[in-house]
Structures are given as structure tokens and as C-alpha cells.
Write a protein that binds this ligand. Structure first.
Ligand code: NAD
Ligand code: ZN
Length: 253
């Protein structure tokens, strides 16, 4: 199949589905200027990623984490949705997409207008004290960081503040992950966009969908280890491919 045929086939699959969902990863947001993890200029090349245990027990690791956040948060909070986010929001509005299950923490799907977003790796907008549970808005954390506080601590009890993102080695948020698993096992079509499918348990969701009888469409710039499970594999930028899928819908109307 050439590119155009793949776009047409995808549109046909979406039209014929009754329960379509999308699973997105960092690749949907690179066109908004947010680096992904595993691409050549990705975050893994620039920063050391720490685990949940390290964050909780190791003050030095926490300080390095907050240093990284100090550098990354402004660009994350200023980022705007791109064509890929808008196309998925539009598909939902047209009644063609039930959920966006996202591994991203940037909130760009919601900014683009998607309503049914399942954030399985948490989000960057809030943080909480692991001792007393006090919630903090990210803007408050940014103020702490501006004061050059190395180890961000709770103003209520002095406990460690953890952003509401899921660290490596941390368990999934139960409600969101249950919802994502239910949607994956009930859907008849899953669009898998901008994810290297190397982070489990998220990477297990397309497998769950596939083994429950759903068709898979992959839109990713590079190959993934699960490409052979998909009916259609589009190696293209998410913004272009999803934009072309929407155009094809309009052409057919
Ligand atoms: P990943 O970095 O492992 O993989 C991203 C994939 O997207 C790669 O295969 C890459 O080829 C592809 N890609 C990059 N730009 C693309 C584009 N414009 N169009 C299509 N494909 C593109 O990301 P992952 O699989 O999501 O796993 C990384 C983890 O890191 C996730 O858990 C996520 O929570 C977190 N993360 C989130 C953000 C964010 O919120 N924007 C950014 C970086 C990392
Ligand atoms: Zn506290």
C-alpha cells in the first residue's frame, strides 16, 4: 500500500468501527516542541531518568530531578497543541473516537479539545506531598524552583513533594489504568500514535486490544516492535498523517 492508500484504508476502518480509541505517546507532542524520550535528540540523551524509589529516598536524585524540571517546565507549559492533537479532538467531536488513552503528561490533548482523555502516566499540572497529601498546583512549584530551593518540600509538613507523574517503577494510577484496560479490551479499533511501545504496562494495551479482536493502526515515524500486529502501519509524522486522515474524511463527505 502506498501512503494515500493507507490513509484511505484508515478512514475506512474508522468509518466501520463502533468503538475506536487512540493510544498516544510522546511522538504526538514532538511537533509541539516537546522532546520525546527515545529519538536521537530525546530526553534520554540529555537527562538521567530516575526511578520512583530513588526519588523518594535519595535527596541528591530529587535535586537533579527538580533541576531538570526547572529547565523543562517552562517549555512544557508554553507548548501548544499541534495538528495531531486537533485531529484526534475533531474525531471525538465527530463521534468517531471514544477515548484518547495517553502516556503523555503535557495536557495537550485536553487543550486541543479532547474531552475523554485517560492519562495513564499522570500529569504535570499538579504535585502532592507524599506525607500529608497536600496538593500543589504546578505554578506553586515553579515559584519554589525560582527561589532556588534544591529539594522541594511541603510547606505544610516538610514532606517530599512528588509531581503527579508516574515514575519508572511506580505503580499505575488504578482508576485510569483500569479504564484504559477496559477501553482497550472493548474497542474494535485502536489508533496507536507516536509511541515506541517500549514502556510497559502501557505497551501491553495494543496487545490487549489485538487479542480482544480489535484492529490496530500504527502512526509512528519509526518502526515499533509490534508493527506486524497492525492492519495499517504509517511511518510518518503524526500531525501530517492525522491531518491527511481528516482531509480524507472531508473529501468523502
Ligand atoms: P518514546 O520517546 O519512547 O517514543 C516516541 C516515539 O514517537 C518514537 O518511536 C518516535 O519515532 C516517534 N515520534 C517522534 N516524533 C514523532 C512524530 N512527530 N510523529 C510520529 N511519531 C513520532 O515515547 P513513549 O512511547 O511515549 O514513551 C515515553 C514515556 O515518556 C511515556 O511514558 C511518556 O509518559 C513520557 N514522556 C512524555 C512526554 C510528553 O508528555 N509530551 C514527553 C517525553 C516523555
Ligand atoms: Zn505535607
Amino acid at each position: 500500500m502506498n501512503y494515500q492508500e493507507k490513509i484511505e484504508k484508515t478512514v475506512e476502518f474508522i468509518k466501520n468501527s463502533t468503538y475506536a480509541v487512540a493510544l498516544t505517546g510522546a511522538g504526538v507532542s514532538t511537533e509541539s516542541g516537546i522532546p520525546d524520550f527515545r529519538s536521537p535528540r530525546g530526553l534520554w540523551q540529555r537527562f538521567k531518568m530516575i526511578t520512583f524509589d530513588e526519588f523518594i529516598i535519595n535527596r541528591q536524585a530529587r535535586q537533579e530531578f527538580w533541576e531538570m524540571k526547572k529547565e523543562l517546565l517552562p517549555e512544557l507549559l508554553n507548548a501548544k497543541p499541534n495538528e495531531a492533537h486537533y485531529a484526534l479532538a475533531k474525531l471525538e467531536k465527530m463521534g468517531l473516537l471514544k477515548y484518547v488513552i495517553t502516556q503523555n503528561i503535557d495536557g495537550l490533548h485536553q487543550l486541543a479539545g479532547s474531552k475523554q482523555v485517560i492519562e495513564i502516566h499522570g500529569n504535570n499540572r499538579e504535585a502532592l506531598c507524599i506525607d500529608c497529601g497536600r496538593f500543589y498546583k504546578i505554578e506553586e512549584i515553579i515559584e519554589f524552583l525560582k527561589e532556588d530551593i534544591a529539594d522541594v518540600r511541603c510547606s505544610n509538613c516538610g514532606g517530599v513533594i512528588k509531581p503527579k507523574i508516574i515514575f519508572f517503577g511506580e505503580s499505575m494510577p488504578e482508576r485510569e489504568f483500569n479504564l484504559a484496560q477496559t477501553a482497550s479490551s472493548q474497542c474494535d479499533l485502536m489508533l496507536v500514535v507516536g509511541t515506541s511501545l517500549q514502556v510497559y504496562p502501557a505497551a501491553g494495551l495494543p496487545q490487549l486490544a489485538y487479542h480482544s479482536g480489535a484492529k490496530l493502526i500504527f502512526i509512528n515515524q519509526t518502526e515499533t516492535p509490534m508493527d506486524e500486529l497492525a492492519e495499517v502501519v504509517i511511518h510518518e509524522k503524526a500531525g501530517k498523517a492525522l491531518g491527511d486522515i481528516l482531509k480524507e474524511f472531508k473529501r468523502g463527505c
